[in-house]
Write a protein that binds this ligand. Sequence first.
Ligand code: ACO
Length: 287
Amino acid sequence: MAKPSQPDPRPEEETVKYDVIDGVAWVSFNRPDKRNCMSPKLNRQMLRVLEELEFRDDVQVLVLTGEGTSWSAGMDLLEYFREAEQVGLSQVRKHQREAYSWWERLRWYEKPTVAMINGWCFGGAYGPLFACDLAFCADEAQFGLSEINWAILPGGGASKVAANLMGFRDAMYHAMMGENLTGPQAAAKGMVNESLPADKLKARVQEVADVLKAKDSQAVRATKWAMRRVMEMTYDNAEDYLIRAQEALNQFGGIASRKEATKQFLDDKTFKPGLGVFDKTKLQKED
Ligand code: ACO
């Protein structure tokens, strides 16, 4: 007979791995033997790691991936749900806060973020999936709101993520039927930007990270935050917000970057905005 699951005895620090290589922080869910499901330990550690990397000068882009065959199998049914419910409501709330905190931090991260979905992606994992600005998956990846299969509703934002990313009928089907989408199906429905053969995934994400790295970092941050904000605004509010966000960007190096870019286009004729990014290495540093 199969042995019942036991709580994971490993220390918190081992639940998340990261490596900073040439401006890119490669962060991994690191519980491959538990298919990277999110335990309270992992959630606490992920917040620590994100906080550490967010303001480091050597990090320009963050990629979130998973060790082993899974991106993340959602919330840990043993450590996040069953054990907390045995303790009581305050423990349930504490664990929710720990999980939601790092997803929120990631949604509003200073640096551009890319989800690299290498395998399973279930339920609660839709929180970090949506939190990442861009998402690329392996064709073999599988996406599911499996909540309905074990008699709960897709909470923790998962319903909202499906409703935001997919059309109404697709989101409803996805949430009610508990059937998984393959990588190409997820891409066709707007859950991810692209689905690729597994052996091409990392190279494509590296290529995207390299493009992002070359952009003006303040403009990238202002752009990604603007896109998230305007999704929930009326047209008029969005128009007004964008004027103010651009004016705020001007205060933080935006004017200098824009002047240099305009000069490279109009005077030097060394670049065309329609065909690529200006050379930010020519910017005079003002400290
Ligand atoms: N919670 C707790 N333990 C999990 C979870 C999870 N979400 N996912 C996997 N595990 C554990 C398994 O219990 C098993 O542990 P054990 O070593 O103690 O037996 C180990 O990870 C390996 O899992 P297997 O099921 O043996 O791996 P397999 O590759 O055959 O299947 C799959 C992978 C399909 C992801 C399966 O593990 C699964 O269905 N997991 C649950 C997915 C899910 O529905 N998550 C919850 C979504 S809803 C929410 O997040 C609120």
